[in-house]
Design a binder for this molecule. Structure first.
Ligand code: FES
Length: 162
């Protein structure tokens, strides 16, 4: 048995890749390509069309000890609720100037941002606020329990039966 000597390879000729290495490399690059396409596909998935927004309606139970004309401020809400002889009503605490949250005081409301003052019924006493604080819809649900809609303004003076 004779062996033929290999002819010397040119330096420009690439070394032959063994079949096992070739299949391994092909599998590796195929997997990389599949993951790349999957990633591109995931990035093109449609975004949610509906963004969850907390409801602007909420239930509130007024404390029995709430004095007439005294403000009740539900936590995490932007309204002040009042109860007097005429009924229950809600006034927005969002300043009509630039949207700061106004504070309540015995004479009405005052804005900590630029100093606007509002009377107890929400009308502007001192600017720069351009308009009165809006009154909001209130609906009685049961004894001491009310549904307030922060998104629905009503005419000033509108009260729900206590
Ligand atoms: S935001 Fe209230 S006075 Fe400017």
């Amino acid at each position: 048995m004779t062996t033929t000597p290999h002819a010397p390879r040119s330096r420009l000729e690439t070394a032959p890749v063994p079949r096992r290495d070739f299949l391994g490399l092909a599998a590796f690059w195929s997997a990389c390509a599949a993951m790349g396409f999957a990633l591109l596909g995931a990035m093109r998935l449609p975004r949610a069309a509906v963004v969850p927004v907390p409801s602007r309606k909420f239930r509130v139970t007024l404390p029995d000890a709430l004095a007439g004309g005294e403000a009740f401020l539900p936590p995490d809400r932007t309204v002040a609720l009042f109860r007097d002889t005429g009924g229950v009503y809600a006034i927005s605490r969002v300043c009509t100037h630039l949207g700061c949250l106004v504070n309540t005081d015995p004479s009405g409301f005052h804005c900590p941002c630029h100093g606007s003052r509002y009377a107890a019924d929400g009308t502007v006493v001192k600017g720069p606020a351009p308009s009165a604080l809006p009154w909001l819809a209130v609906k009685k649900l049961g004894p001491g329990s009310y549904l307030v809609d922060e998104a629905k303004a009503v005419a000033a003076g509108t009260k729900e039966v206590a």
